[in-house]
Design a protein around this ligand. Structure first.
Ligand SMILES: Cc1cc2nc3c(=O)[nH]c(=O)nc-3n(C[C@H](O)[C@H](O)[C@H](O)COP(=O)(O)O)c2cc1C
Length: 202
């Protein structure tokens, strides 16, 4: 099957979104924890989370255009702080529910029953149920003018892991912690390792 740009543009809107968000393949799924200037906590699932560099440790994520209130984006711009909490098999339904457009005065923690956890020196809240969680500070917001999305770039300032989860070579056993993957905006996958290969050389 061949799809041209014209074929794609002729598709129904939701089908286009489904295809566009499936093409990159499985991605991580994290709950982004933020706090407003009024102190209220906010959670939203994001799958566009990607590693941008190891020294310094930078992680990026893409936010949708600010055509409606975007609490995550606004809170990050206001406080420069957010957390990423890897969604697990135990909480994916609650995490998915956090995508609902709750008004600003409702915390997704209260709406879904997830538990807020705080670390001294970090403004944004963590999710207690997520074993792999870390905090970031805003480094940059890069506009993507063609569709008014933005790449939010953060520097990791604190990593909170279960005892024993980190191997001496830096490996994190993600399946053992229940971490999952996602495609589109509605499909979740268990993950299992296939192989670990040595560094490729010519
Ligand atoms: C599986 C999944 C992945 C998502 N990934 C993103 C993403 O990468 N970027 C984004 O802006 N919104 C993403 N969303 C949508 C946001 O979670 C949704 O717009 C949410 O209401 C934003 O909440 P906020 O206004 O509190 O920031 C995703 C939703 C789901 C269900």
């Amino acid at each position: 099957m061949i799809l041209t740009t014209a074929d794609y543009e002729a598709m129904e809107k939701l089908a286009r979104v489904q295809l566009a968000t499936s093409l990159p393949g499985p991605k991580p799924i994290c709950l982004v924890g933020t706090r407003g200037l009024d102190g209220r906590s906010n959670l939203a699932p994001f799958s566009s989370v990607t590693h941008l560099g190891s020294s310094p440790l930078l992680i990026g994520m893409v936010t949708r255009p600010a055509t409606v209130d975007r609490h995550t984006l606004q809170n990050i711009l206001d406080t420069k702080s957010w957390t990423l909490n890897q969604v697990t098999e135990s909480i994916y339904e609650q995490a998915h529910q956090c995508a609902a457009r709750y008004p600003g005065d409702i915390s997704e923690f209260d709406a879904t029953g997830l538990t807020e956890l705080n670390h001294a020196g970090v403004t944004a809240p963590f999710v207690k149920e997520c074993p792999i969680r870390y905090a970031l500070e805003l480094e940059d917001v890069i506009d993507i003018p063609v569709n008014a999305t933005r790449l939010i770039v953060g520097r990791v300032v604190l990593i909170d892991l279960p005892d024993g989860a980190l191997s001496s070579d830096g490996t994190l056993d993600l399946p053992a912690q229940g971490s999952i993957a996602s495609t589109a905006l509605d499909t979740y996958y268990s993950i299992s390792p296939l192989a670990r290969l040595p560094y490729a050389k010519p």
